[in-house]
Design a protein around this ligand. Structure first.
Ligand code: SAM
Ligand code: SF4
Length: 474
């Protein structure tokens, strides 16, 4: 049994999800095209939408209006964020779990799952393998277990930063772990993390209760909804929200995410740094009803509407999705993807070509290598970026900087993306990827305005290629 005293909340914590109010927005008559266009225009003027305005976009059912929403999402991505895509990899540290989430292979009642927690040495060996692929940014992922407490998470972060193989190093570690106490967040923050992610999974109270048994820690809806408010109060202002699509009506979840973003923005003056929108995947020992499964056409709407509704946030699309979906939706404003991903515990050194569901959390849709994904990005005209400059220079909220400060992308993001791409091409790329990458870098450099930034960039690219220097950033 879980005691109520274990559930510390932030000062003034409130349950800001009013199911009835959100349902009412979703059952309103379809908006007329004028209203939909007004909302789109607001978003294109770089203003975050209200929940009611997001509801207008969700209610736009005609193919023509949906096409306008897609076009606007593409435009916002192009005009505001440009053509960079940030790459990262997840590293699963331990799959023991005290919870019993119906959709997850790690849930405690799943006897099929092979349980494992990596030792610090095993973490080093996984990180070494990731560095040899060319990764610079990781997210550490944990089940929920007393063993994975804040001190342990902090220790894992320090271990990761300590691994350096050749030119390889991890420059930013994000976390996806159970909600922490305020003191716990402080401990983890001190190990110098980037983003702390907690997904609400479903914002709908009844669906939440069905998915998360009441006698488990995760069964406490408000404790989880409040998780990232406590993070703010523990000094972590870089937080990522998310919903697991497929547990309830996607329209409701979308309004839940927008409500959450607005809540953080209003309460702490800073909205979520990232939003994740995973779709439920097949998993070992999981048999989830198909009722709320989200098809590709609706998924496309989700991504486009999120882009417009929370225009300052980074959007993360993971390797849960198959390559074709990733490719198409990238243009709607996705800013980060993982690549070369394996989620079996120990998978970066031990997994073969096939996935082993009993060793991981769910089935991935895309297990292509980092080099292959990168090659495809280059073919599609994206600049792959491993940039970590904002975080390391104390410029918190990298996507927010890009979004809010005119000229920031030209002065910082694009040059930094090109520098990190050049490092990758020198150290890790296959000949074909290197050739495609050097071509893209040359074209991107050509596009930059003449002036000191361009001159400095050209010089730094030369230092990377000819002098073997690394980690040069603006
Ligand atoms: N255990 C921590 C927690 O629940 O907050 C850390 C997160 S868990 C290891 C990572 C995320 O995977 C969950 O928040 C959930 O959204 C997602 N997930 C779980 N089962 C999934 C499935 N079958 N398909 C896709 N995503 C899933
Ligand atoms: Fe445990 Fe997280 Fe899986 Fe739930 S989603 S069973 S808390 S690992």
């Amino acid at each position: 049994m879980v005691g109520a005293t274990e559930f510390e909340l932030s000062a003034g914590a409130t349950d800001f999800i009013d199911d009835k109010a959100l349902q009412a927005l979703l059952t309103a008559p379809p908006p007329d095209s004028g209203r939909v266009r007004d909302v789109i225009a607001k978003s294109l003027a770089k203003q975050a939408l209200s929940v009611e305005e997001a509801g207008v976009l969700v209610g736009a059912e005609t193919p023509d209006l949906q096409e306008e929403i897609f076009a606007a999402a593409r435009q916002l991505k192009r005009d505001v964020y440009g053509n960079r895509i940030v790459l990262f990899a997840p590293l699963y540290v331990g799959n023991d779990c005290v919870n019993d989430c119906v959709y997850c292979a790690f849930r405690r009642s799943n006897r099929e799952e092979i349980r494992r927690s990596l030792s610090q040495d095993e973490i080093r060996s996984q990180v070494g393998a990731l560095e040899r692929q060319g990764h610079k940014r990781l997210i550490l992922v944990f089940g929920e277990h007393p063993r994975y407490n804040a001190e342990y998470i902090a220790e894992c972060v320090r271990t990761v930063y300590g691994v350096k193989v050749g030119h390889g190093e991890i420059r930013r570690v994000n976390i996806n772990a159970a909600p922490q106490s305020i003191a716990g967040y402080r401990t983890i923050k001190a190990a110098k993390i980037g983003t702390f992610q907690v997904f609400q999974e479903t914002y709908h109270h009844e669906a939440y209760a069905q998915m998360h048994p009441q006698n488990t820690r995760k069964g406490h809806y408000l404790y989880r909804l409040d998780a990232l408010s406590r993070a703010q109060e523990g000094g972590i202002d870089d937080v990522g929200i998310g919903a697991l699509f497929g547990l309830y009506d996607w329209r409701f979840e979308l309004l839940g995410l927008v409500s959450h973003a607005l809540h953080l923005q209003q309460r702490y003056g800073v909205g979520p740094h990232t939003i994740s929108f995973p779709r439920v995947r097949p998993a070992s020992g999981v048999d989830l009803p198909a009722q709320w499964r989200v098809g590709d056409a609706d998924f496309k709407r989700i991504v486009a509407i999120l882009r417009l509704a929370v225009p300052y946030a980074g959007l993360i699309m993971t390797a849960r999705e198959p390559p074709d979906v990733r490719r198409e939706l990238m243009s709607f404003g996705v800013s980060q993807i993982d690549a070369g991903t394996r989620i079996e515990l120990g998978g970066y050194t031990e997994a073969g070509d096939a996935q082993c569901l009993q060793r991981g959390q769910f089935e991935l849709g895309d297990i292509r290598s980092l080099d292959e994904v990168l090659g495809d990005l280059l073919t599609d005209g994206y600049i792959p970026s491993f940039c970590t400059a904002c975080y390391r220079l104390g410029r918190t909220g990298e996507h927010f900087m890009e979004f809010a400060i005119p000229g920031f992308i030209k002065r910082f993001c694009t040059p930094n993306a090109l520098l990190t791409a050049a490092e990758y091409l020198q150290d890790y790329a296959t000949p074909a990827t290197r050739a495609a990458g050097e071509k893209l870098i040359a074209a991107e450099v050509d596009k930059l305005e003449e002036g000191p930034v361009k001159n400095e960039l050209v010089d730094r690219l030369r230092r990377i290629r000819e002098a073997g220097e690394r980690d040069l950033y603006f």
